[in-house]
Ligand binder design. Structure first.
Ligand code: GAR
Length: 192
């Protein structure tokens, strides 16, 4: 690990609200860290726009034509960018592709993912819908280490979010998002 403030790299595909929470925490001095790069598989994402607005080096990595795949060339490109940025910690913040080697081995124990359920319940891309469809009265948010197994690495932090009978996907997602945003800043604050 390098000296000085923690160097953070972010990967995201969508709205980037968790990314923004960390940008704001760093800007306000609540979190002592430096965001060294933002990488996305989606060139028109709000996530990348937020990087641009905050003057954080932003990179698009072409995922190719298959929406479920992130091929070897893309995996290598991510690895090259992360290594060049000297990131200490890599945060997957709504990154909807599977990260593999060489990044997983090179950053072992230093890649974390934000997931909208109480893992090990409801892994995968539709975790909020799945918890609602199962009739759960509570779900939550989890921050965990990323390993080769999908959404199954060691859990770092977890918080319950109650589901009320009148919740819609949209209202529940907003509640979970708000919890995630606090959690990710706290986890990074306590990183050692
Ligand atoms: C977050 O709710 C995160 O938990 C979820 O995507 C959202 C991204 O929001 N991640 C996954 O579902 C990963 N399987 P954001 O782009 O606004 O931070």
């Amino acid at each position: 690990m390098s000296h000085g403030p923690l160097k953070l790299a972010f990967l995201g595909s969508g709205a980037g609200t968790n990314f923004q929470a960390v940008i704001d925490a760093v800007a306000s001095g609540r979190l002592s860290a430096q965001i060294v790069c933002a990488i996305s598989d989606n060139p028109s994402s709000r996530f990348l726009e937020r990087a641009r607005e905050a003057n954080i080096p932003e990179h698009f990595v072409d995922p190719g034509p298959d929406s479920r795949k992130f091929p070897e060339a893309a995996q290598q490109a991510v690895y090259d960018l992360l290594t060049a940025s000297h990131a200490d910690v890599v945060v997957l913040a709504g990154f909807m592709r599977l990260l593999k080697d060489p990044t997983l081995s090179a950053f072992e124990g230093r890649i974390i993912n934000i997931h909208p359920s109480l893992l090990p319940k409801y892994p995968g891309a539709t975790a909020i819908q799945d918890a609602m469809a199962a009739g759960e009265t509570e779900t939550g948010a989890t921050i965990h280490q990323v390993t080769a197994a999908l959404d199954a690495g060691p859990i770092i932090s977890q918080q319950v979010v109650p589901i009320s009978p009148d919740d819609t996907l949209q209202t529940l997602r907003a509640k979970i998002n708000a919890v995630e945003q606090e959690m990710i800043v706290d986890v990074l604050k306590n990183w050692r």
